[in-house]
Design a protein around this ligand. Structure first.
Ligand code: UDP
Ligand code: MN
Length: 314
């Protein structure tokens, strides 16, 4: 009996080994894995946006559009000031310096049109912003002007301009509204009235301009206006029929026909404040607006150049 068992034992052993081998092979082909995640957690945090501070997520983006020529000293103060000011309000913004590099007279409104065309795909609203006007009161909101445009430098707060239809200095407007009124007129070369004409555009489109509410500061301490009128002379010359034309509402020109070349976009940083400088060459249709140049020949001195602009009739 015992010798028989000795004979069959290796056989059973061999069968056992073979069965174990086949079961192991079968298990290894089955499509399940362990529950344990072997992914790298640090990588996951890079993919979602949990490292972006909460208040900066899902907000509207503001393009601060600054018409500019020969105001370098003011810019040196403006750039770090605006960074501090807008950072406190958690505004998602970028500053664009609209640098007019042609030899025509300064054209603030056309520069704003060009700036808008440059930013319109990436920004939801703009601030048309003078470089020499600094907001001092933190309660002046630069938030998204959804319902209607917001005139930040209101007549009862601005240090210099106090008439009720004034909308110059600093104005916030959302993309859709700026497009709705076809931007600003391109006829205003030299100082003044382009903002008054824009006021009429907004009014005709039933976009009533709002003003900051509950501001406890006044005309002397809400803004700093860095403007010495002898050092930075306003170009108030009128030539050809400029006075007459620029007192009327312009239905011919605007965002859809501003004529320009964008020569260069230069990214710079001033005192930790990043800026994009757009070198813009404006083109002038001398048939339509011959006053883009007021050349002081003897004839034009005598006949065409007239004195300082009087009150607007817009
Ligand atoms: N500006 C400029 N260079 C000029 C004229 C005007 O950069 O030669 C810009 C600048 O942003 C300035 C704004 O246009 O703040 C308005 O012009 P200005 O300060 O002369 O007008 P104000 O509101 O003081 O009458
Ligand atoms: Mn000024």
């Amino acid at each position: 009996m015992e010798s028989r068992w000795k004979l069959i034992r290796p056989k059973y052993l061999l069968i056992g080994i073979l069965i174990t081998f086949f079961i192991t092979c079968l298990i290894s082909t089955l499509p399940f894995t362990t529950d344990k995640c072997i992914c790298d957690d640090s990588d996951r945090s890079k993919r979602d946006s949990t490292n972006v501070p909460e208040p900066l997520r899902n907000l509207h983006r503001l393009a601060v559009l600054v018409p500019f020529r020969d105001r370098f000293e003011e810019l040196l103060t403006f750039a770090p000031h605006m960074k501090r000011f807008l950072h406190k309000q958690n505004i998602d913004y970028r500053i664009f310096i609209l640098h007019q590099v042609d030899r025509f007279r300064f054209n603030r409104a056309s520069l704003v049109n060009v700036g808008f065309l440059h930013v319109r795909n990436e920004f939801d609203y703009i601030a048309m912003h003078d470089v020499d006007l600094l907001p001092l009161n933190d309660n002046l909101s630069y938030g998204y002007p959804d319902a209607s445009p917001l005139h930040v430098s209101a007549p009862d707060l601005h240090p210099r301009y106090h008439y009720s239809t004034f909308i110059g200095g600093i104005l916030l407007i959302k993309r859709e509204h700026f497009i709705q009124v076809n931007g600003m007129s391109n006829k205003y070369w030299g100082w003044g009235l382009e903002d008054d004409e824009f006021y009429v555009r907004l009014k005709e489109a039933n976009l009533m301009v709002r003003r900051p509410q509950n501001i406890s500061t006044g005309t002397q301490n809400t803004f700093r206006h860095i403007h010495d009128k002898n050092h930075r002379k306003r170009d108030t010359t009128k030539c050809f029929n400029q006075r007459e034309v620029t007192r009327k509402r312009d239905r011919e020109t605007g965002l859809d026909n501003v004529s320009y070349k964008l020569l260069e976009v230069i990214n710079v940083t001033i005192s930790d404040s990043p800026l994009a400088i757009l070198n813009i060459e404006l083109l002038c249709d001398k048939e339509l607006t011959p006053w883009c140049e007021c050349v002081k020949t003897n004839e034009s001195k005598d006949k065409k150049i007239v004195g300082e602009n009087k009150k607007s009739s817009l």
